[in-house]
Design a protein. Structure first.
Length: 253
């Protein structure tokens, strides 16, 4: 067996939502295993960021871009800028959430969530996949959610977007797996991030969540590192079109 199945030396990974949380942890893990990083975030700068320091600690290069994925023009501008660059690994992780009962969920909030969590991912993937197809190889990883499998409560826009991400993963895999492109998704469980701050601040709700997780704790962003490296590396060359839950056993409960 090839002992270097997880080695990413010489690869370039583009990670959206890289400035904090899950995206930050994914970018650092990829750098640890040898990848150079293109980091993208709404307020990310090309120098002096925490993620740059973390990546360069492992001797890898870092390039940062500021992109507002809620703005279609900002996404298209970045897609055009990055189109000619060779990206070996694309991590579509940027995301947002709006909490409100469905009957009160504002349409502008719905549009914003769909744009950030779904449409921007498709735009960026469409552009980068062209070069991957020309090169005959590539790894594309979406950040899905437990709500790719379940309905959730008071997050209709988020649930719709994340359910669509799981479906898009399958659709793109069906088209591109034969061209050497592996398209997969990771579905984080209840992870300690900005998006779950409101849930963790509600002691009763937080306890009910932890009580249902077989592992017995909230996940940390670094819990996503293993699945990320697996799907980004040669270890997953015969894996495509799936959504892998990293949820402490939640879905098996």
């Amino acid at each position: 067996m090839n002992q270097n199945l997880f080695d990413l030396t010489g690869k370039t990974a583009l990670v959206t939502g890289a400035s904090r949380g899950i995206g930050f942890a994914m970018a650092v893990a990829l750098a640890q295993f040898g990848a150079n990083i293109i980091g993208v975030g709404k307020s990310l700068t090309n120098s002096g960021s925490e993620i740059q320091t973390a990546v360069e600690k492992y001797g890898k290069t870092f390039n940062g871009y500021s992109v507002d994925f809620s703005d279609r023009n900002s996404t298209l501008s970045f897609a055009n800028e990055i189109a000619d660059k060779k990206v070996d690994i694309l991590i579509n992780n940027a995301g947002s959430i709006e909490r409100a009962p469905a009957i009160e969920h504002k349409l502008d909030a719905w549009d914003k969530i769909i744009e950030i969590n779904l449409s921007s991912h498709f735009i960026l993937t469409q552009v980068i996949a062209k070069t991957m197809i020309e090169n005959g190889e590539g790894k594309i990883i979406f950040t899905a959610s437990l709500l790719s499998f379940q309905g959730g409560i008071n997050v209709p826009g988020y649930t719709a977007s994340k359910s669509a991400i799981s479906g898009l993963t399958k659709a793109l895999s069906n088209e591109w797996a034969s061209k050497g492109i592996n398209v997969n998704a990771i579905a984080p469980g209840y992870i300690e991030t900005d998006n779950t701050q409101a849930l963790r601040a509600d002691s009763a709700r937080s306890k009910s969540i932890v009580d249902r997780i077989p592992v017995g704790r909230w996940g940390s962003a670094t819990d996503l590192a293993g699945a990320t490296i697996f799907l980004a590396s040669n270890a997953s060359n015969y894996v495509s079109g799936i959504t892998i839950p990293v949820d402490g056993g939640w879905l098996g409960r």
